[in-house]
Design a protein around this ligand. Sequence first.
Ligand SMILES: Cc1cc2nc3c(=O)[nH]c(=O)nc-3n(C[C@H](O)[C@H](O)[C@H](O)COP(=O)(O)OP(=O)(O)OC[C@H]3O[C@@H](n4cnc5c(N)ncnc54)[C@H](O)[C@@H]3O)c2cc1C
Length: 427
Amino acid sequence: MDTPIYDIAILGCGASGIAAGNKLLNNPSCNFVIFEGASRIGGRTFTDKIGRDIPVDMGGSWIHSNEVNPMAQDPAISGFQTSLDKEFPIYVYVNGKPLSSGDQIVKNFTHAKEGISPITDISAAEHLAEEEPIITDIGDLYFGNAASGKSLHTTSMQDESSTEPFGFGLLFKDGMGNFITSKAGKLFSEGKIQLNTTICEIDYSKRSVIKMQDIHGNAHYAKKIIVTASIGVLKGGLIRFMPELPESHLSALDALEMGNMEKFVFALDESFFEKRGITKNTNYMIIDEGQPPLFAHLRTAGNPTITVFTGGDVSKALISKGKFAAEKIILERLKTVFGDGFTPSLNAVDSSNWTQNPLTEGSYSGAKIGGHWARKALTAPVDQRIHLAGEAIAHSPNWYVHIYGAIASGEIAAEKALGTQSRSAKI
Ligand SMILES: Cc1cc2nc3c(=O)[nH]c(=O)nc-3n(C[C@H](O)[C@H](O)[C@H](O)COP(=O)(O)OP(=O)(O)OC[C@H]3O[C@@H](n4cnc5c(N)ncnc54)[C@H](O)[C@@H]3O)c2cc1C
């Protein structure tokens, strides 16, 4: 059988690739395919199961800012059980002791959030330089570890404050990963998705067709392509472009980098939460002398779990110790707050490693200091035939990084590739 020449090939079947594919399905004359390198779809939205089959999101989980997030208007959500995570308590523990004025300190932190200039860029470390140490620790969680997934000195205040806030919002009891992958039903049934197909070469030197090669040595052909691989993958060199991407795109990629947000999730018996009167989503900021501050989210979507978020240098140091050693370190830190009785069974612990995953090369994008401009620059197609899409690309200027940003970017890239772009890039 002859190798087909597709009208459009989509690289990657995460939130962005699925959204692009669904857009193309509306156009029956378009012959397209999605190449996914992994053995599953969903990319950086992935729901695992731990303990007694408790769903846990190891990647994206919240529909942040749900009052204004267009994703929250998706009618398909009504078929899923959701939990609104808005009015939540925050406890601050310092050296194992709850601060009696914990809530007040968190409120005092508000002033450290003010005065962020959307024009002049500085690092979060510089922004917090004058603050007392406890505010810097809380800021480390608020701007860095639990937000940008980067360390304070590499977190761009301009980039972080120009997208919608990562404040809490809507959660799926059965997991965001399951919600996103449920969107791919028709793409699967129509045979549009090819799993285990990592593209490692994109040759666009010929005008007539783009040739792609996968890691098994198979060649694939398309007239146009939509690349949703993370900027970590694009920067890491897994995909060789021939000719090289233009200087405009290379310098834009250089101005961005991947964060390293990782999750450590522990499933517990309901009695653990009942004993402590924790009935809904609750947050703990854990600050121990000589240790990096930790952010823990309890009862995510009402499930009996504790999720600890780490980012930047903290994640890198933990990962370098190996999965089980890293999980043990986090578990020991949680004991300072929850007591020695905090011992989830082995099958009830899970942790992510987006940092070392060759198909992600990190958690999500962040601008280097002064690099925010690059997100818009990457919306320009290469040679009118290669469209970059995904969370890092600011097709929707104030939703990059978010799952909705990835979805909108995929849809807009599909419209551009079809030549039917009707939608304003300003969402
Ligand atoms: C720990 C963590 C927590 C997060 N929390 C939230 C949250 O609460 N709310 C929120 O809105 N966002 C959150 N995010 C961000 C959100 O998950 C991402 O923005 C979104 O999932 C990215 O989707 P994407 O389609 O752009 O990229 P991806 O999901 O990475 O999809 C790209 C796909 O391309 C595939 N691929 C890569 N290279 C190749 C190749 N060479 N050939 C073929 N296939 C390839 C990958 O396997 C992947 O499936 C979080 C992310 C992480 C990691």
